[in-house]
Design a protein around this ligand. Structure first.
Ligand code: PGA
Length: 307
């Protein structure tokens, strides 16, 4: 059997794009060349890897099993190419970072600081919610991830960084603004603007209230913390968000934190990477930087929590 990396890259592209012509386009090949390579591969191994489902080409059952292994090879190949680039020009590191929507402010501040000190390194940042971030980790995409709780099912190396307190926010004229010791039960009677399904913050809030025997009422669902803040400022309800997502609004006095008993919900930010992903020097340097600097970042929020 003569198997080539190119054939495995074609398999990858078909799995991701769902058809031969898009896969051909991505790999700068013609569609007949892609079809021919796949036919050759299937003939060589004597198995059918793909089947048609409506307009999409999808992996067959046996194809899925084989893909688990072939993906490891293509990822390792990509690493080899990256490592060769890195070695060729060892001062120009590329670092792929992914972070949850809620940590956007935190990670952006850190990247800004890191980039000032390391002008020869390039950080590419992807921001998305927890669910999509886990998919990216499964696909070996990011080098380093900043997120809430790491998913238990993946083989990861993770380190807790700093607390990520979740608090109730309201617009400044809200009747509860300025009140102290508001009972949790009372807060649960109010309407909330919630995050979308797939958000780690949302999962944590639901779990916390469930444990207390309460259910939070949400009128509106928003795809980002930014949208929640706008809605809360507009008086559409209360919000329950990370302290690290509301700095600018607190400073501008557009929002207030409500003093609710049993809150904040205590969570942690984690820096995470796949166990089987070997970090190149630049990514390692970035990881060390985050671990070193995180506490200082957390300290800059302390005064918002002092009563
Ligand atoms: P979220 O992330 O933006 O998906 O809510 C928070 C988390 O990682 O738990």
């Amino acid at each position: 059997m003569h198997l080539t990396i190119r054939q495995l890259q074609i398999v990858d592209a078909i799995v991701q794009l769902g058809n031969y012509s898009l896969a051909a386009e991505r790999l700068h090949m013609t569609q007949p060349a892609v079809s021919m390579q796949m036919k050759k591969l299937e003939d060589d191994i004597g198995l059918i890897l793909f089947e048609r489902k409506g307009k999409r080409i999808v992996l067959s059952d046996v194809g899925s099993d084989i893909y688990q292994h072939s993906r490891q090879l293509t990822v390792a190949y990509d690493h080899l190419i990256e490592a060769m680039h890195e070695i060729k020009d060892s001062h120009k590191g590329r670092i792929k970072v992914a972070a949850t929507t809620t940590s956007n402010h935190l990670i952006t501040q850190m990247i800004a600081c890191f980039s000032k000190q390391n002008k020869d390194m390039k950080v590419a940042l992807k921001i998305t919610n927890r669910e999509k971030l886990i998919q990216q980790l499964q696909n070996f995409e990011p080098d380093i991830v900043l997120m809430g709780e790491p998913p238990p099912k993946l083989e990861l190396v993770s380190e807790p960084l700093i607390p990520n307190p979740l608090l109730v926010i309201a617009h400044t004229n809200h009747p509860l603004a300025g009140k102290t010791g508001i009972p949790l039960k009372q807060i649960a009677e109010h309407e909330f603007v919630a995050r979308e399904q797939g958000s780690g913050t949302r999962d944590a809030i639901e779990l916390f209230f469930k444990k207390k025997g309460l259910i939070l009422k949400s009128t509106l669902e928003m795809g980002s913390n930014e949208a929640i803040k706008h809605a809360v400022i507009a008086g559409l309800g209360l919000g329950l968000v990370s302290l690290h997502s509301i700095k600018l609004e607190l400073e501008a006095k557009k929002l207030v934190i409500l003093d609710v008993n049993q809150l904040p919900i205590k969570r942690y930010w984690h820096i995470v990477k796949r166990k089987d992903k070997k970090l190149l020097p630049a990514a390692k340097q970035f990881q060390n930087f985050i671990v070193r600097e995180a506490q200082e970042y957390a300290n800059s929020y302390d005064h918002f929590l002092k009563k």
